[in-house]
Design a protein around this ligand. Structure first.
Ligand code: SF4
Ligand code: SF4
Length: 318
């Protein structure tokens, strides 16, 4: 069988998804045995012209990580779509907007002002903001345009498969590559490298009765390692999040932040956890309820940490 032609690309992301591919450890040799990597900027020196030169549709699979935050991200997403038979939104940022998508709680202007004018370490008396073009004696220099809104990959190009995770779990990465190589893939549009259950379904912690009198941030208490974290007042999104990560966070005494995206049959991960919390707050006294809810620090960032751009809200001003 001919080897797969595989491309990996990194748009608006932290780089963790690329590193996670390396975390498959010795399986990287198995990946090399079944696939020729034709583009992987983190590991090999490729120029955009190399991608432009390849025939349309000649890349078998593109694992695209990162959100679409600027015009360069969008341009490369469209180019790789044109060159690839299968486009995979790889990781939470490509699939849902991810952590960069939290910027949709504010505006392009306020981000640029904060970063280039207001930060204490910035010395910019003329308040110069980045320009997409600037003329210098040698010619015109260009920068990508910084967009007002972060989008998921699927908002910009057609995507065949979604692999969730921040980053995807290494053992799932190998499963995905192997499934692609063997042609053993579910229908287009599916989430792969994950399970059909919730993180809670796969979590071994003891669940008794969820009644919450006070919320805590993880650093404020030392939780019982065997009891459900949510029952101890730590907001854990396991009940509304797709499983398949191996319950990575609760197994290390940290709550699930929701990086695998909405569990099957859940449309709106953030709204669903808000509704779940509403039903387990242990009080009918409005003042006490208000005090308990006040204990949730950064509710918007907590409930929409990975999925604001693909939530029903898409963007919001807070
Ligand atoms: S809420 Fe979190 S800690 Fe509790 S069972 Fe679900 S995943 Fe485990
Ligand atoms: S437990 Fe939740 S946040 Fe942690 S890796 Fe799994 S899905 Fe992501």
């Amino acid at each position: 069988m001919a080897k797969l032609k595989l491309a990996l690309y990194w748009a608006a992301a932290c780089g963790g998804c690329d590193v996670a591919v390396l975390d498959v450890n010795e399986k990287i040799l198995d990946i090399a045995a079944i696939a020729d990597i034709v583009l992987w900027p983190i590991a090999m020196d490729f120029k955009y012209s190399d991608v432009e030169a390849v025939e349309d549709g000649s890349i078998d699979v593109c694992l695209f990580n990162g959100a679409i935050r600027n015009s360069e991200n969008e341009h490369i997403a469209k180019l790789l779509r044109q060159k690839s038979k299968i486009m995979v939104a790889f990781g939470s940022c490509a699939m849902m907007g991810g952590i960069p998508g939290l910027a949709n709680f504010t505006t392009r202007e306020s981000i640029l002002e904060r970063v280039f004018i207001e930060t204490p370490s910035t010395d910019n008396p003329d308040c110069i903001l980045p320009q997409t073009q600037v003329s210098v004696p040698e010619g015109v220099l260009t920068l990508p345009e910084f967009y007002d809104r972060v989008r998921a990959l699927g908002d910009v190009v057609k995507v065949e498969y979604y692999v969730p995770g921040c980053p995807p779990a290494p053992e799932q990465i190998w499963n995905v590559v192997e499934a692609i190589a063997s042609g053993n893939l579910p229908p287009a549009g599916s989430v792969v490298g994950a399970s059909e259950k919730t993180v809670c379904d796969e979590c071994k912690r003891r669940k008794e009765e969820k009644k919450i009198k006070q919320f805590y941030r993880p650093y404020q208490i030392i939780p019982d390692p065997d009891r459900c974290l949510l029952e101890q007042g730590i907001i854990c999104l396991g009940s509304v999040t797709r499983g398949g990560c191996g319950v990575r966070c609760p197994n290390t005494n940290m709550p699930c932040r929701g990086c695998y995206g909405p569990a099957p049959n859940i449309v709106e991960q953030g709204a669903k956890i808000i509704s779940a919390l509403g039903s387990i707050i242990d009080s009918n006294d409005p003042e006490e309820v208000a005090r308990i809810i006040d204990g949730i620090v950064d509710p918007a960032g907590t409930f929409y940490r990975f999925g604001l751009p693909t939530s029903l809200l898409r963007r919001a001003r807070v």
